[in-house]
Design a protein around this ligand. Structure first.
Ligand code: SD4
Length: 301
């Protein structure tokens, strides 16, 4: 049987890898592995940047973004600014598999989820409300230019035994974002990209910076030219940092506003990652040893 591999952003991605690797090992589809893994992270109120318990927007509502990309035909399913559904990645999957469209937003996405019987649930928890209240108090007079940037996305890339490569993302986006703000996570090429003939990449960090470089697409294109996932992750991030450095202080992701990190996988099951800061850990598992690894991504820039 062929190789499988799965990798996910952040230490909480471990939960997704743990579920996904079992499915992949049994010969399951990458899209199932990612959906089931991410659903667990979305349901965990302790993860304060995804699904239930996600960080509310400026007016205290939890608005979620999520996406899937299927590397066989480059098809996408994405949703943005969705409220009231704890598993936006499952809505994204339905968009991918059951509609002729690739992106649904807001109320339209919610109606679509209702029409497919997806479960609604309150997303605000006592602790996310408390964190929101505290942030609002700390920030005093917020202006649109000075919005808090606490965040973290679950992004997962997977290669299954059939050679299918899939990328998935799910996030509540930036803390205290303006209502209706959309980050990189549901934008194809920015927060995610997957191509069976090459590999896949996902990004986490400040979406407004990630989308300026179509970072995930850039990584996959570098792999297409022969770079390993590690080389491509570092090089694409470095190029974006270099391009922005005269306008945005992005070289050292010292503050949330400038943090960026990526995880990539190729069609052989090699994994790579990079960040512009030194506290990005990611989780992965490979068919060669079948265990979960937690690794620190090298800081570039
Ligand atoms: C966004 N990229 O909405 C997401 C947030 C995030 O790590 O990943 N944070 O901009």
């Amino acid at each position: 049987m062929s190789n499988w591999a799965i990798a996910a952003t952040w230490p909480f991605g471990r939960l997704a890898v743990e579920v996904g690797m079992k499915l992949l090992d049994e010969g399951g589809d990458g899209i199932d592995a990612i959906e089931q893994g991410v659903n667990l992270v979305e349901a965990d109120p302790a993860v304060d940047s995804v699904g239930v318990g996600g960080i509310p927007n400026l007016v205290g509502e939890v608005e979620l973004d999520a996406a899937f990309m299927r590397g066989a035909d480059l098809a996408v399913g994405a949703v943005a600014s969705v409220k009231g559904f704890p598993n936006p990645i499952s809505i994204a999957r339905l968009v991918l598999e059951r509609t002729p469209h690739h992106v649904l937003v807001g109320e339209g996405a919610e109606r679509f989820a209702d029409s497919h019987g997806l479960q609604r649930a309150p997303l605000l928890t006592a602790s996310s409300l408390e964190a929101w209240t505290k942030r609002r108090r700390e920030q005093g007079q917020l202006t649109e230019e000075r919005i808090s940037r606490g965040h973290d996305t679950i992004g997962v890339v997977a290669l299954d035994r059939k050679g299918a490569i899939t990328a998935g993302t799910s996030t509540s986006g930036l803390a205290l974002k303006l209502p209706g703000r959309v980050g990189d996570s549901p934008l194809v090429g920015s927060g995610f990209y997957a191509d069976d003939t090459v590999g896949a990449a996902v990004a986490t960090g400040c979406g407004e910076l990630i989308m300026r470089g179509c970072l995930s697409f850039a990584i996959v294109e570098l792999m297409r030219m022969g770079a390993t996932p590690q080389q491509a992750s570092a090089e694409a991030l470095l190029r974006l940092i270099g391009r922005l450095e005269n306008t945005v202080a992005v070289r050292d992701g010292a503050v949330d506003e400038t943090k960026i990190a990526v995880v990539a996988i190729d069609r052989h099951g090699n994994v790579g990652a990079a960040a512009n800061h030194d506290d990005f850990d990611f989780a992965y598992s490979l068919s060669s040893d079948g265990v979960i690894h937690l690794a620190r991504a090298p800081k570039v820039g």
